[in-house]
Design a protein. Structure first.
Length: 407
């Protein structure tokens, strides 16, 4: 058969993270690579009770086709938990927040249209956008997020800017209140819509993050959220909140994609969430992740001392961003690290443009404290070996150059 691929299919690429996760299935590998929530946080007993209750109370409806918008009580619960006035009619339940990105791309992007992203940004968003064949433009960013002057300079004719203000994937950074106010004002002035992705916002350690960007300009923003990080990713449930002007088209795209997200799962989540369950459950996740973040920071301070490795201190979420010394490459380092029993994600694929080869992402939420200590020690040994090899190679190049120099 002569299968001819669509042009958009040529734009699709495998997830670097998913490919690396295959490596972590090898025995003895400690994975600091995947953005997977800790299974210790899954409220299995609460879901067992909810499952029985939903099947007993509403089994036929739970197992039937349902409305594309989502289960009404769950949409109402989402609207009530957000920190600005939201009409439940603006809430669309999605099959994970990743589907929300896909729907937004289908509705808002044409071939060649410009979309602005942070430097670096979430790899899954780049994957969701790329089949629509847009021009993804990186906006210069620092530890507080996108730089406002560069955002203004690149805003003209852009369809939207995609931002993760809270404990960003991959860097773990958080946008300050002052930066949020400036970004929101600049976007509004330029008529630039904001797509705000907030899967990690509830996972703060010491202090809740500032008010979402969407709360400052709801009519100029689409907000994405997820149940994956606070309940369980296997449910594949997320949501988006959109202005009424754009909501119908997102709903039509949803209908074409999958008719509706699993009705049974939606009812289970609504059942689990009633009576304030999340207010009791999420603090236990925060406490666990904070202990593991602290363990990773302590191990990095101890093991990377004197190696020229830089890393940040995320105030929440699941990730830490590390930068290797001059002349090193995270992709080249990875096989050596895996041989020593630790896996990470190289940072370069998270960039819309040319990536920084010296960067890498570490996840601290699935490994135990002892495993984190072992993994960081192994990573430091891999860095030392690579530095030594680089030094030898540099000497060899210098000798070769001297040998070829005229007398």
């Amino acid at each position: 058969m002569n299968w001819k691929l669509a042009a958009r299919a040529e734009k699709m690429n495998p997830s670097v993270i998913r490919e690396i996760l295959k490596v972590t299935e090898r025995p003895g590998i400690i994975s600091l690579a995947g953005g997977l929530p800790s299974p210790k946080t899954f409220p299995i007993s609460a879901f067992a009770e909810a499952c029985a209750e939903v099947l007993h109370k509403d089994g036929q409806a739970a197992l039937q086709y349902a409305a594309s918008e989502g289960y009404g009580p769950l949409r109402e619960a989402v609207a009530q938990m957000l920190p600005w006035p939201v009409d439940p009619a603006q809430v669309l339940i999605t099959t994970g927040s990743q589907q929300g990105l896909d729907l937004i791309a289908k509705v808002l992007l044409d071939p060649g249209s410009r979309v602005l992203v942070e430097t670096p940004t979430y790899l899954g968003a780049l994957q969701a956008f790329s089949p629509m064949e847009p021009e993804a433009v990186s906006v210069a960013s620092d530890d507080e997020g996108v730089l406002v002057d560069d955002l203004r300079a690149k805003a003209k004719d852009a369809r939207f800017v995609y931002l993760l203000p809270n404990f960003q994937n991959p860097t773990g950074r958080t946008m300050t209140e002052a930066r949020r106010a400036a970004v929101s004002a600049a976007a509004a002035q330029a008529g630039l819509p904001i797509v705000e992705d907030n899967p990690y916002g509830d996972l703060w350690f010491d202090e809740a993050p500032a008010l979402p960007l969407t709360a400052r300009n709801p009519e100029g923003s689409i907000y994405l959220g997820s149940f994956s990080k606070v309940l369980a990713p296997g449910l594949r449930l997320g949501f988006l909140v959109a202005p009424k002007a754009i909501y119908p088209k997102l709903l039509q795209a949803k209908q074409a994609a999958d008719l509706h997200s699993p009705s049974f799962n939606q009812r289970m989540v609504a059942e689990v969430m009633k009576d304030g369950f999340l207010a009791r459950h999420v603090p236990t996740i925060r406490a666990l992740y904070k202990r593991q973040r602290d363990a990773m920071l302590a191990a990095l301070e101890r093991e990377m001392q004197g190696l020229g490795v830089a890393f940040n201190k995320p105030a929440g979420g699941m990730f830490l961003w590390l930068r290797l010394p001059e002349g090193m490459d995270a992709v080249a380092l990875l096989p050596n690290a895996v041989e020593r029993g630790v896996a990470f994600v190289p940072g370069a694929p998270f960039y819309a443009g040319a990536g920084d080869p010296r960067t890498l992402r570490l996840s601290f939420v699935t490994a135990s404290v002892d495993e984190i200590d072992t993994a960081i020690r192994a990573l430091a040994d891999a860095v030392r070996e690579q530095l030594a090899n680089n030094a030898v190679a540099q000497v060899q190049r210098q000798l070769a150059a001297s040998a070829g120099a005229p007398a």
